[in-house]
Design a protein around this ligand. Structure first.
Ligand code: UD1
Ligand code: CA
Length: 461
């Protein structure tokens, strides 16, 4: 069944107190509006139109999908007026589904249920029972319990204000009916706006039944008007992600101290300690252990790898993800940047930074090191304080270290430079020329010992 989705997003969102349009504020790392668009786009044969007004260009420029249909509402004269702008774009014989750019957690199953209810002579309306219905439009029912109208808070009388069944705003009806009835909406109400909600009484007057549906959870229908509401929905969203991951075999030290701002794909028996943030595309293999306070972006982490406390993995979608092999140990306090590739069983210890560097199987850099633009073989030991001097102030240069090499502590490897297989670098060396296989290279001043040398003494005043 063809579904024409209409997402209303023309309002100003003044209460956010923000230069950023409300629907671009992030939830789980993605704009509010992106959540609604993604869910709606998953419906069969969906065509998505978005009504924009305030900061229309800023909103539009954020989305690249050419299939989206952007419709401008120049003046915000009410929700009915907003929907009216989309009418020329509706396909004949389709169902029209009305959603809101600032109600991000609506679920696909709820939308599918509404669509199923809106066939033939019924309009499907998503309503909810709230302990505190203040601010919402109230659902009016007759003696037969049939819905006859929606009355807005500002237009309701004392008796109507007692009603706890509210309009979520989400509804679904045949496009052709929406087209013919919308012109009957008048702005004769307290706010002098064209209320979409008037369509309910109009439908009823045309012998159309109103069928109400309920959301599975109240989070689905919550809108964002303030930053406090956004923060509350952020926790709800993160709770949903954590629940999904737990069902798939992930243990959390505390699922309430977890943030996923991208797509996290996990194996089984993964453990995630407190205060970890995941961004972009991250994959964790079976048995991966993530210590507390780790920030992990755009990374693929192999089975049984251990990422210790306070590690930052900064992969990048455009400049290169980070790939970590099976059984690798990283951290605590390590930083793996874009294009880092660690083969199985590598060890990266504290205060080690890597960028565009490959380390072969079993290689180790355990302390205080910078490895940038380096191709490092298997079984290499990088001593504490080793620096690849990869930047001459203008260009970046490559360092190559062959299998089995041993780099003594506090060495500077001035790139471009290569170190041969099983070569050894003496501690404190500055290496700027090729080191052949199997040789020892020591690039430092010889030590002088001066026998019987006396320290200077303090002069009398
Ligand atoms: C609306 C409903 C109310 C319901 C509530 C649920 C109407 C008249 N009332 O009230 O019954 O309980 O939602 O949250 O529909 N918008 C436009 N263009 C406009 C006006 C609004 O795009 O001209 C968009 C806004 O950006 C917003 C949404 O429509 O996302 C809702 O508008 P708002 O003015 O907030 O309606 P409510 O007063 O909340
Ligand atoms: Ca609202």
């Amino acid at each position: 069944m063809a579904t024409d989705v209409i997402i209303l997003a023309a309002g100003q969102g003044t209460r956010m107190q923000s230069a950023l349009p409300k629907v671009l504020h992030p939830l789980g790392g993605r704009p509010l509006l992106a959540h609604v668009i993604d869910t709606a786009s998953r419906l069969d044969d969906a065509q998505v139109s978005i009504v924009i007004g305030h900061q229309a260009e800023a909103i539009k420029s954020h989305f690249t999908d050419p299939a989206l249909n952007w419709v401008e509402q120049r003046e915000q004269l009410g929700t009915g007026h907003a929907v009216k702008q989309v009418l020329p774009h509706l396909r004949q014989g389709s169902s029209a589904l009305i959603l809101y750019g600032d109600v991000p957690l609506i679920e696909l199953d709820t939308l599918a249920a509404l669509l199923n209810q809106s066939t033939g002579k019924t309009l499907a309306l998503l309503s909810a029972e709230l302990a505190d219905p203040t601010g919402y439009g109230r659902i009016i029912r007759d003696a037969n319990d049939d819905v006859t109208a929606i009355v807005e808070q500002k237009d309701a009388n004392a008796e109507q204000l007692e009603i706890s069944e509210i309009n979520t705003g989400v509804m679904c009806l045949e496009s052709d009916k929406l087209k013919s009835w919308i012109s009957e909406i008048k702005a004769n109400n307290a706010q002098e706006e064209f209320y979409l909600t008037d369509i309910i009484a109009i439908a009823k007057s045309h012998d159309c039944q109103i069928q109400t549906c309920r959301p599975a959870s109240l989070n689905e229908i919550e809108g964002v008007n303030t930053r406090a509401q956004l923060a509350k929905l952020e926790r709800a969203y993160q709770g949903q992600v954590a629940n999904r991951l737990m069902a798939a075999g992930v243990s959390f030290a505390d699922p309430e101290r977890f943030d996923c701002r991208g797509e996290l794909v996990t194996g089984t028996d993964v453990f995630i300690d407190v205060n970890c943030v995941f961004e972009g595309q991250v994959q964790l293999g079976d048995g991966v252990h993530i210590g507390p306070n780790c920030v992990i972006a755009h990374a693929n982490i192999g089975a049984e790898a251990v990422i210790k406390a306070n590690t930052v993995i900064d992969g990048s979608a455009s400049k290169g993800a980070v790939a970590i092999g099976a059984g690798v140990q990283v951290g605590p306090f390590a930083r793996l940047r874009e294009g880092t590739v660690l083969a199985d069983d590598v060890r990266i210890g504290n205060f080690v930074e890597t960028k565009k560097s490959h380390l072969g199987r079993g290689s180790k850099a355990n302390h205080l090191t910078y490895l940038g633009d380096a191709e490092i073989g298997a079984g290499v030991n990088i001593g504490a304080g080793t620096i690849t001097c990869n930047y001459d102030g203008v260009n970046k240069h490559q360092t190559t270290i062959d299998d089995g090499a041993f780099i003594g502590s506090n060495s500077s490897l001035v790139a471009p430079v290569s170190i041969g297989k099983d070569a050894t670098i003496g501690a404190g060396s500055t290496i700027s020329k090729t080191v052949p296989d199997d040789s020892l290279s020591v690039g430092r001043c010889n030590q002088r010992n001066i026998a019987g040398w006396k320290r200077p003494e303090k002069k009398p005043d």
